[in-house]
Structure formats: C-alpha cells, structure tokens
Ligand binder design. Structure first.
Ligand SMILES: [Zn+2]
Length: 99
C-alpha cells in the first residue's frame, strides 16, 4: 500500500508540495484509510509542509456476488451481506490530488 501511495505522490514531481492533499481510495482492500492518512501526512511533513491537511475518501464497492454496496477493508475483505470475498479493483489502489 505504501508503495502505491508513494508512487502516486511522486507523480506530483517537482511541483510545489501542496499543503492539502486529497487521497481517494479506489480499492479499500488494498489501502486502509488510517494508514493512508498517516503516510500522506508524513510524506508532506518530510517535504517541509507544516500542518498538512490530508483528506481521505474511501470509495464504496459493489459485492461481485450479491451486489451489496459496501466499504470492505484490508482486514475485513468479505461482504457483510453474503460473506463472499471482494475482488481487488483493477488499476491504482489510491488516487492522489490536491484538495
Ligand atoms: Zn455480497
């Protein structure tokens, strides 16, 4: 997970480091919001940002078996309605942008 978010943050390149970041978790199975917030906050602090503001948004995903829309987590990867496991979402686990 940290590699995924590091990669996304590195895509910001040499642009001035923003004080506010918005991180959208596309795949809640691969990224925990607390970990994302901690990591992104430390990333900004390491680059000299004082009092960074990190907003984390977790996308809901439909259960591939019963269609129930939920927010599973890395530690809770099964549907609460039918008990079947969620599948990983294709593409990046997180998308990072300025808030
Ligand atoms: Zn289900």
């Amino acid at each position: 997970m940290t590699r995924a978010i590091a990669h996304r943050l590195d895509e910001l390149g040499d642009a001035p480091v923003p004080r506010r970041l918005r991180v959208v978790i596309r795949d809640p199975l691969r990224a925990h919001p607390d970990a994302v917030r901690l990591y992104a906050t430390e990333y900004l602090r390491d680059r000299g940002v004082e009092q960074p503001v990190v907003t984390v948004v977790v996308m809901s995903v439909p259960c591939p078996t019963c269609g129930s829309v939920e927010r599973p987590g890395p530690l809770d990867p099964v549907c609460s309605s039918c008990g079947m496991p969620f599948r990983p979402i294709e593409g990046p686990a997180v998308v990072v942008g300025e808030a």
